[in-house]
Design a protein. Structure first.
Length: 295
């Protein structure tokens, strides 16, 4: 098959989103959570010359499934379409209040396997939804190696999640915001870096709950535009202090200024940012931010 162009991929995404909204007209079944990304995608499809959208369209699909004792359980599918979708798989996380942490991890990895085997290059949101409708309820009662489960039921749910958030902002100049970013990270034991200027880049890493608290505070400040460009989650069995420290790529959170140029001295040297990320083993992130191979 011939390579699909970005334009074709974007058109497929848009028509699939249209299909979903006509099939599931109610907000509680299907809701786009990032309207800005959707607007960007439409603009890109309508204008050959428009620049490639900078963020993924994110949406929630809620599915009700019947469990054996005839009650209904709601599963929520948090979905994001990477720019190259459907050439690459969608990012989907299925959740339900009735799933234990380990059941949820298993369910999501089985869904991913199903998609990898069945959905290469084709729009697959509906088949993913069908799969969840048909299979998800079975995970609620799944005994995960029951003997070890019973013994470690208490510890089983203690899987610690280590998270790294890559946040993108149209610009970060404001001194107070810059101070907040550093103070909050310190307070929440997060490491990473903040690159002020235009664009603004913030990376924080640490416990998942701390990263989420940090993000909820930061997004409440006023921004022209801010979003999570990429997120990494690693589950740590045990998750003691040492394991968490071992996952970190940055020792503390510091502000990084890369030789600014431009009228206000605010355009950072992205080449230097690339080398900095490369040093930290995060070079692939550069492309997610700027859509180009770094040099």
């Amino acid at each position: 098959t011939t390579e699909m162009t970005n334009q074709e991929e974007a058109e497929i995404q848009l028509s699939e989103l249209d299909l979903l909204s006509s099939m599931f007209p109610y907000e509680e079944e299907f809701a786009v959570t990032d309207q800005l990304a959707l607007a960007e995608l439409k603009h890109y499809v309508e204008n050959e010359s428009a620049e490639v959208p900078s963020s993924k369209v994110q949406f929630i699909l809620n599915v009700k499934a019947e469990v054996p004792n005839a009650s209904m359980v709601e599963f929520s599918m948090a979905c994001a379409l990477p720019f190259k979708y459907p050439t690459v798989l969608p990012e989907i996380t299925v959740r339900s209040s009735l799933l234990s942490r380990s059941q949820q991890i298993l369910l999501n990895s089985d869904l991913k396997t199903y998609l990898m085997q069945n959905c290469s290059g084709e729009p697959c949101m509906l088949s993913a939804r069908e799969w969840v409708k048909d299979h998800a309820a079975a995970y609620i009662d799944k005994e995960l190696s029951s003997s070890s489960m019973a013994a470690s039921d208490a510890t089983q749910s203690e899987v610690t999640m280590f998270t790294r958030l890559w946040i993108y902002s149209h610009h970060i100049y404001n001194k107070q915001k810059r101070k907040n970013i550093i103070d909050w990270a310190k307070e929440l034991s997060l490491s990473g870096f903040c690159m002020p200027g235009k664009p603004g880049v913030v990376c924080v890493e640490g416990l998942q709950s701390s990263c989420e608290e940090f993000w909820s505070r930061v997004r409440r400040l006023t921004w022209k535009r801010i979003l999570i460009r990429h997120r990494e989650d690693v589950s740590l069995e045990g998750g003691g202090h040492t394991e968490i420290q071992n996952q970190r790529k940055f020792p503390t959170l510091e502000e990084k200024c890369f030789d600014a140029h431009g009228a206000r001295g605010n355009h950072m040297d992205l080449g230097q940012l690339y080398h900095f990320l490369e040093e930290k083993g995060c070079a692939d992130i550069f492309q997610m931010y700027f859509g180009v191979e770094g040099h």
